[in-house]
Design a protein around this ligand. Structure first.
Ligand code: URA
Length: 237
């Protein structure tokens, strides 16, 4: 598709349209090797070579949003100094490079949103957005009602009080219990630290939901693309 070069530059995030016009007028933009002299010059980003200050402009990658069921035993960073498996290896089949939004510990499994939409990722992680995160937590023993109210109302951690949380016991066995915990914060190791603060250690931790997103039929290691409707809802959060 033929488009004005300043529009292509703006869409590629190179410069605002006005700045792009300035760059063209200054002779800094070439089209297939020739300096662009007129502001109205059109080009096709798929076929033509447009360079700004000698650097080729490429088509911006389509915004992509997936949810991944991170298995235990994977790190949520792109590279691990210890050489452990990373979630990036599980995302290789996504056609563009996407990055995890937030983190899950190495030994935590569950839902993680991955995208190349930097703005959304940034907004999503900002504490003011208070995105609910739902965890299934297996702990040793059964926390007392008093301990559960502490978790619900806020508990003192070394980086301050936690915000109110929703906590309910979903299953009890002799030696362990399973609780569903919904928090709106995302501090480092928050769930584990909240349980440590009531004297219970977390044996297993799984994130089952993030805002309205759930794991559904995904199996550990699998991902799926979000639907257009889910993307629209995410942007509205
Ligand atoms: N809280 C934790 O302690 N660990 C996680 O991975 C996520 C939340």
């Amino acid at each position: 598709m033929l488009e004005r070069i300043q529009k292509i530059m703006a869409q590629g995030g190179i410069a605002s349209r006005r700045e792009a016009e300035r760059l063209i007028l200054d002779g800094r933009v070439t089209l297939n090797g020739k300096v662009v002299e007129e502001l109205g010059t059109k080009a096709d980003i798929e076929k033509d070579y447009i360079k700004v200050n000698g650097k080729l402009i490429t088509r911006p990658e389509p915004k992509t949003y997936v949810i991944l069921f991170k298995p235990r035993g994977y790190v949520t960073t792109s590279k691990d100094p210890e050489g452990r498996p990373t979630v990036m290896e599980l995302l290789e089949k996504v056609k563009v490079r996407v990055f995890p939004v937030g983190r899950l510990d190495y030994d935590t499994e569950g839902l993680i949103l991955c995208t190349n939409d930097g703005d959304l990722a940034h907004r999503f992680q900002h504490p003011s957005h208070e995105i609910p995160k739902t965890y299934l937590v297996k702990v040793d023993g059964v926390p007392t009602p008093d301990a559960i109210s502490k978790l619900r109302n806020g508990i003192k951690l070394k980086d301050g009080m936690t915000a109110p949380a929703r906590v309910k016991i979903v299953r009890k066995a002799e030696a362990n219990s399973w609780l569903e915990v919904i928090i709106h914060e995302g501090r480092n190791r928050q769930i584990k630290r909240m349980f440590e603060a009531i004297g219970r250690s977390v044996i297993k931790l799984k994130r089952e939901g993030l805002a309205f997103l759930t794991l559904g039929d995904l199996k550990p290691g699998e991902f799926r693309h979000l639907t257009a409707e889910e993307i629209r809802k995410l942007k509205e959060l």
